[in-house]
Design a protein around this ligand. Structure first.
Ligand code: CU
Length: 349
């Protein structure tokens, strides 16, 4: 039998959970009436910054729950592991933008699990404001930010709330615990400036926007930050990854907003990497890259979802099924096309 206190807690939890869900309309579709506002780190209040940083730390120190992701010891490791497991499906493929949008929702869920209040929305980083001078950004503040550039041979982050943190997933497809590391190179961050963003979202098809965003400000941001040694497979070990990918997501949303009716349905590309190409930012294809990243081992392959799931072929469709391997329910690409479509309900301020 439940104690009165336990039932009160359950009811309160159910109420706050219900409040965060989109409301269902008569025809069964959900709608988004009051979108959350995602703000750039520059504009987040001091108290919200503290709440966000504390929630991230809580995810990093909470024990893993799924009992199925190789090498994962913490909830944060599970989040990083998702990116590792899906790495060859979500980069240099049509899935890149939808999956990373879903990935941000997965982070959001983990932060709420750690008690982040509903009023504190996921922050992003309006990078054009700091282009050419990333290292001076409030994102890297020692107290109200993520700490700065790492030091020493390993570029371990030694200041801020995440100093001396160990990440267990990576490098590449391995699981070798190492320090949270990043190395900021200001001149590379110039390519995240406003004119580069404008050009990245100037195309008329999804393919044009995807390619230009991916190899433009997205890639330059990664190079300028070199998070987790610039590791394409596990750079999400650095919490700054999610601010950068909020910016990437905003570019996609801004591109979509220019012709919503058409672009909310526009999706194309592969659903897994072409082995001859691999990551487009490295030449030589998957075989050559495996010298750098390793290859997914049997343990990893055993939990890797079928990239064709929902598509039935090699091309991504709106029916494509994306998985967080049980952190949040699976979603389709159609679910995440519209940031105000009901499954998602937010906008960028
Ligand atoms: Cu990624």
């Amino acid at each position: 039998m439940l104690s009165a206190l336990a039932s009160t807690i359950i009811l309160a939890a159910a109420a706050s959970f219900a409040a965060a869900l989109p409301t269902a309309t008569a025809d069964g579709a959900s709608k988004c009436t009051t979108p959350e506002k995602r703000k750039s780190w520059h504009d987040v209040s001091e108290s919200d910054k503290k709440a966000y940083l504390n929630a991230v730390k809580c995810v990093m120190t909470s024990p893993q729950k799924l009992n199925r992701l190789p090498g994962a010891k913490t909830r944060w490791d599970e989040l990083v592991s998702l990116h590792q497991i899906h790495a060859l499906q979500i980069h240099t493929t049509g899935q890149f933008l939808p999956y990373h949008r879903y990935y941000l929702k997965t982070l959001d869920f983990l932060l709420r699990e750690c008690g982040l209040p509903k009023e504190v929305t996921l922050p992003y980083w309006d990078e054009p404001r700091d282009a050419g001078k990333f290292s001076k950004s409030p994102v890297f503040d020692k107290v109200l930010g993520f700490g700065g550039s790492g030091v020493g041979a390993q570029s371990c982050v030694m200041d801020g709330p995440f100093a001396n943190l160990t990440v267990n997933i990576g490098p590449g497809f391995k699981t070798q615990p190492r320090c949270l590391n990043r190395k900021i190179t200001d001149f590379l961050s110039s390519s995240c400036g406003a004119s580069y963003v404008t050009s990245a979202i100037s195309g008329s098809t999804y393919k044009q926007a995807l390619d230009a965003i991916y190899s433009g400000p997205h890639l330059y941001g990664h190079m300028a930050l070199s998070m987790m040694n610039g590791d394409s497979i596990t750079s999400s070990g650095d919490p700054v990854f999610f601010l950068h990918h909020g910016f990437v997501d905003k570019m996609w949303a801004d591109w979509q907003a220019k012709d919503l009716t058409k672009r909310l349905k526009d999706i194309s590309g592969l659903n897994a990497q072409d082995p001859a190409v691999g990551f487009s930012e490295f030449s030589g294809g998957m075989e050559v890259e495996s010298a750098m990243w390793g290859k997914p081992g049997q343990e990893l392959l055993a939990v890797t979802p079928d990239p064709k799931s929902g598509d039935g072929g090699g091309t991504i469709t709106l029916n494509h099924i994306m998985s967080s391997l049980g952190i949040i329910p699976n979603a389709t690409v159609a679910d995440v096309m519209d940031i105000k479509g009901g499954y998602l309900c937010y906008e960028y301020a």
